[in-house]
Design a protein. Structure first.
Length: 67
């Protein structure tokens, strides 16, 4: 993730919110039609940015971190 890789997944039926690096690309999200990578990237650009937990913003709702 830290190197800019895109993480594409499906079968979550649009229930996972995603961010600018990860996205549900299942048919529930894109209208039951195949999509091109440039369409996926354009959609991902509209999503919230990736939050880096090591900087203090925990995407897991500020759960305590193991020591």
């Amino acid at each position: 993730m830290r190197r800019g890789a895109l993480q594409l997944y499906g079968h979550s039926h649009g229930r996972l919110p995603g961010n600018q690096q990860s996205c549900d690309v299942g048919v529930d999200v894109f209208g039951a039609a195949p999509v091109r990578l440039n369409q996926i990237k354009a959609y991902m650009a509209t999503l919230p940015p990736l939050v880096d937990p090591e900087v203090g913003d925990d995407i897991e709702h500020d759960l305590p971190r193991p020591k």
